[in-house]
Design a protein around this ligand. Structure first.
Ligand code: PLP
Length: 389
């Protein structure tokens, strides 16, 4: 059976450009060596730094390569000084949005600083008034608000957040892992002080990412050893991963406009899902969303059952929130949006990407309608009553 992959927010298929760059870089030296092979490797890393900087409008020397998005987020949670342009104050607390990825939420909890959770609206957008109220406290804060949510695709009002954070002498860390290559990012215009990125969400392999900062942001190293990455992240660089990451970033940047076209395909899919089952609830639909993401639920079903049922039909989608064990837990994102447990346990996330076609979403709609039709409405009513108890 041919497979239809609709889980780009989990990981994007390897781009041919990234595969080619990866293979070519396997045969060069260590960028810390002074000989020819070393210089070749150094040139590759520095060109890659430029490619990543161009994707997010930043200065190349502020790109720190990491082992992926999680490491970049963890590194950002160590930032302890607001940039000079924001007053240069010492960070004494953390403000973190309720919908952050666990790489940010868990790192915030174990940072040693007091952490306050910022609420979101029912549409999954940061509550700006709550942020403003929290910023009244004089202690400079490390504010963590992601650019786009991995489950709902909802894009956050980062430029507005950036201006507020700056005006209050604080520092803005933005998890850009899902947004990069899917929506334009301009770190300077948006007032982002630090931004995390992950290669495999762009079509590079897993195991490479970056933390990008504004000039002057001091990054205390998490890994100590050699002086790589200007002393901000020790360890011989993952040359082939970095080469592939840069190639994927270039391809994603070139395809940014075409990517927005996925919104029409996604919207048509959502309309067809609603036509088949009017009770389908789509999350974040009223907010600005990534063009490729759709998160929906039909009360009475279970995410596991839906994901498995669709998998048997050759479709790869995910439950809104799968942890690394593959088990589905209740989504903290939907909980923060006020979605009740009996609905959030029935969530499916479809995420499209550079290889997606209309036939893929058509196939999803047909498979979905078949699954939904298998439901006995009476049985669904019983399930709903049980869930409400
Ligand atoms: N941040 C967000 C929003 C994510 O979606 C993910 C991965 O799913 C990460 C961080 C972690 O990235 P990585 O898988 O590269 O560690």
């Amino acid at each position: 059976m041919s497979r239809t992959y609709l889980d780009y927010n989990a990981t994007a298929p390897l781009r041919p450009e990234a595969r080619e760059a990866l293979l070519a870089a396997l045969d060069i030296g260590n960028p810390s060596s002074v000989h020819f092979e070393g210089r070749q490797a150094r040139a590759l890393v520095e060109t890659a730094r430029q490619d990543i900087a161009e994707l997010v409008v930043a200065h190349p020397e502020t790109v720190i390569f990491t082992s992926g998005g999680t490491e970049a987020c963890n590194l950002a949670l160590n930032l302890r000084q607001a940039p000079a342009a924001n007053g240069g104050g010492k960070i004494g607390r953390i403000l973190v949005s309720a919908i952050e990825h666990s790489a940010v939420l868990e790192a915030a909890k174990s940072s040693g600083l007091p952490a306050e959770i910022l609420p979101v609206t029912a549409h999954g957008v940061l509550d700006i008034a709550a942020l403003e109220a929290s910023l009244q406290d004089q202690t400079p804060a490390l504010v963590c608000v992601m650019l786009a949510n991995n489950e709902t695709g909802v894009i956050q009002p980062i430029a507005q957040v950036g201006a507020l954070v700056k005006a209050h002498g604080s520092l803005l860390f933005c998890d850009g892992v899902q947004a990069a290559g899917k929506t334009p990012i301009n770190m300077i215009a948006m007032g982002i002080d630090a931004l995390s990125l992950s290669g495999h969400k762009l079509g590079a392999p897993m195991g490479v990412g970056a933390l990008v900062t504004r000039p002057g942001v001091v990054v205390p190293p998490q890994l100590i050893g050699g002086g790589q990455e200007l002393g901000r992240r020790a360890g011989s660089e993952n040359i082939s991963g970095i080469a592939a990451f840069a190639a994927a970033a270039r391809a994603a940047k070139a395809g940014l406009e075409a990517f927005q076209g996925l919104a029409a395909q996604r919207d048509a899919m959502e309309a067809a899902l609603l036509a088949a089952q009017p009770e389908v609830k789509i999350f974040g639909q009223e907010a600005e969303r990534l063009a490729n993401t759709s998160c929906f639920a039909l009360a009475g079903l279970s995410s596991e059952g839906l994901v498995m049922g669709l998998d048997l039909d050759g479709l790869s989608v995910s439950a809104g929130s799968a942890c690394s064990s593959g088990k589905v837990s209740r989504s903290h994102v939907l909980e923060a949006m006020g979605v009740s447990p009996h609905i959030s346990k029935a969530v499916v996330r479809v995420s499209l990407g550079w290889q997606s076609h209309t036939q893929d979403t058509d196939k999803l709609v047909t498979a979905w309608a078949k699954l939904a039709a298998r439901l006995d409405p009476k049985k669904r009513d019983v399930n709903l009553t049980k869930a409400a108890e």
